[in-house]
Ligand binder design. Structure first.
Ligand SMILES: Nc1ncnc2c1ncn2[C@@H]1O[C@H](COP(=O)(O)OP(=O)(O)O)[C@@H](O)[C@H]1O
Ligand SMILES: [Mg+2]
Length: 151
């Protein structure tokens, strides 16, 4: 199932992330793709809010993984600067798959390591303030979450 939204500003992108976040549980894997500045981190901030996390979410570009505790724990990953798949395994990637909601920016770089069923979300810059956000699910499990989405 494919669902496409257009957002007109940062706040709308965050709000869309929050509406997805409300549907997520431990073990879910959200794979984000799209150019720098397209809104992946903004969307993830919204997901964290939807999970009930109060901490401020910042980009894990240099740390690769940031963890947040809350009613539903979040592992926020950004593999943009990753040198090898081995590096991600060394960081303990597998340890996050069951006990966290995992949101990974630039997930297409490490496709080989991802679980079988993930929710793909692609971000496209339309102009300074407009973004196209395309959700792609391959399973009834994620389809049902997509039906809950709203801005
Ligand atoms: N509709 C929009 N949605 C998200 N971000 C937007 C939007 N319009 C403008 N922006 C700006 O685009 C940038 C998105 O940054 P960020 O979320 O860090 O992107 P990414 O993580 O994809 O590199 C921010 O500077 C934000 O203010
Ligand atoms: Mg980012």
């Amino acid at each position: 199932m494919e669902v496409v939204f257009k957002t007109q500003n940062l706040e709308q992108t965050e709000k869309l992330g929050k509406s997805l976040g409300k549907t997520l549980v431990k073990g879910d894997f959200i794979a984000l793709t799209g150019d720098l500045g397209a809104g992946k981190t903004a969307f993830t901030k919204g997901i964290a809010k939807g999970l009930g996390i109060e901490d401020d979410v910042t980009s894990p570009t240099f740390t690769i993984i940031n963890e947040y505790t809350g009613p539903v724990p979040l592992a926020h990953m950004d593999v943009y600067r990753l040198d090898s798949l081995q590096e991600l395994e060394n960081i303990g990637f597998d340890d996050y798959l069951d006990g966290y909601v995992v949101v990974m920016e630039w997930a297409d770089k490490v496709k080989e390591l991802l679980p079988d069923d993930v929710l793909w979300i692609d971000f496209m810059v339309l102009d300074d303030f407009h973004r196209e956000i395309r959700f792609l699910s391959d399973s009834p499990y994620y389809d049902s979450k997509l039906r809950e989405l709203s801005i």
